[in-house]
Design a protein around this ligand. Structure first.
Ligand SMILES: *Cc1c(COP(=O)(O)O)cnc(C)c1O
Length: 398
């Protein structure tokens, strides 16, 4: 596909979020573009011109649909990038990237703390099914990264801040190590979001963002994006993973996420501010054993985060309490404003305990192995959120 056009390139990200990818509807003059739920589109009279694997021609919804394409313009704009591909979920985007880039015999270096599906893909699927050499490393330790990334490594994948411990990886430093060894660098930017972190500017080749989270922001649609300036590889991803594996997003979800994305920069500013206040409050609160948030000066990732993040440090905070798994569950169930559910980046605050029997618990730094809770800050009044956390802790004697 051609480089995405962005008429609003020179405007602030808030203006781009409102205007990029939308226009008057050609048929009706409506000020909103329509939702096209069609599977098929009219074929040209001369079929000899049709390439059935094309993602440019509107022919069949899996090859691409208008709502997907408009959302792709928006996501490319938010990342100041030449191209974006929007697929059915964040994991579909991660898989599409790995599936396209890797082949049997390749070496990939991936983080010891990452989104669960990345761990599964590299710890048990790509290695065992396809004979990809997968090497797990602590990405916050640059000396360890240097050792793991050997010449000829195909891909280095990082996530920063990481899910669920909020560890911070130095994107610029890892990009340098990857490129010196001929490797590609991909960055999962979901936790930071494009308002706070722009990995392509720091040397990444590909960015993945789970649109399900902050960019949609309303907890009602799943989607994921791959963002890059490498147009040739992006077209390979469309061909190999979208058209021929089938991970395209539904037009309805693309439409829904497009709508959510309009207010993304405003919501994220608010979430940044609230999260900083809540993290500082948790740090002061007795009976909280640790707080992991890149915006806290006490955090080991603070200096790197300060350098590579702007506007704020995102909406997820991990913290600990000195309590067993059952008590932690009861704290979560006691909350009245905060919702007890998985996921993050919604309008409502979400809380999710990370139990000590999690199969990956020993991969996390020591302090995370007991009473570990992941908290996603929502749009409620910050004092209401803090009061709610406080009453739930008090209710369990903490
Ligand atoms: C949620 C998440 C994903 C996956 O997104 P889905 O839409 O749930 O598939 C990937 N990476 C990170 C960091 C996430 O938090």
């Amino acid at each position: 596909m051609a480089k995405k056009e962005n008429k609003f390139k020179n405007y602030d990200i808030t203006t781009q979020a409102v205007h990029t990818g939308t226009d008057y509807d050609e048929g009706t003059g409506a000020v909103r573009r329509p939702l096209h739920m069609a599977n098929s589109y009219k074929l040209p009279d001369d079929l000899s011109t049709v390439n059935y694997s094309s993602t440019d021609l509107l022919m069949y919804s899996r090859n691409g649909n208008p709502n997907q394409h408009w959302l792709e313009e928006k996501i490319a704009a938010l990342y100041n990038a030449d191209d974006a591909i929007v697929l059915a979920s964040g994991v579909a985007a991660l898989h599409a990237l790995f599936w396209t880039l890797l082949k049997s015999g390749d070496r990939v270096v991936y983080p010891n703390v990452s989104y669960m599906a990345v761990y599964r893909m590299f710890h048990e699927l790509f290695n065992k099914k396809f004979n990809v050499e997968t090497v797990m490393v602590d990405m916050t330790d640059l000396e360890a990264v240097k050792k793991a990334v050997t010449p000829g490594t195909k891909l280095v994948h990082i996530e920063t801040p990481d899910n669920p411990t909020l560890g911070v990886t130095d994107i610029e430093a890892v990009a340098k190590i990857a490129h010196e060894n001929g490797a590609i660098l991909s960055v999962d930017n979901t936790f930071a979001s494009p308002l706070n972190q722009q990995p392509l500017e720091l040397g990444a080749d590909f960015v993945v963002d789970a649109l399900t989270k902050f960019i949609n922001g309303h907890g009602d649609a799943q989607g994921g994006a791959i963002i890059s300036n490498d147009l040739k590889t992006m077209d390979r991803i469309r061909y190999e993973a979208q058209v021929n594996v089938g991970s395209v997003i539904s037009p309805f979800n693309a439409w829904q996420i497009f709508r959510g994305s309009v207010t993304f920069p405003l919501r994220m500013q608010r979430i940044n501010e609230s999260a900083q206040k809540i993290a500082e409050w948790l740090e002061r609160r007795e009976n909280v054993t640790f707080v992991s948030y890149p915006g806290l000066k006490s955090n080991s990732g603070y200096e790197v985060a300060k350098r590579q993040m702007k506007n704020g440090y995102g909406g997820v905070i991990s913290f600990g309490v000195n309590a067993d798994d059952k008590t932690v569950e009861r704290i979560c169930a006691e909350l009245k404003v905060v919702t007890f559910a998985v996921s993050l980046g919604h309008d409502e605050s979400l809380i999710f305990p990370q139990p000590s029997y999690d199969e990956r618990i020993n991969l996390y730094p020591e302090k995370f192995r007991n009473g570990f809770i992941r908290f996603s800050v929502g749009l409620e009044d910050v004092n209401d959120i803090i009061a709610d956390l406080n009453q739930a802790l008090l209710a369990l004697g903490l």
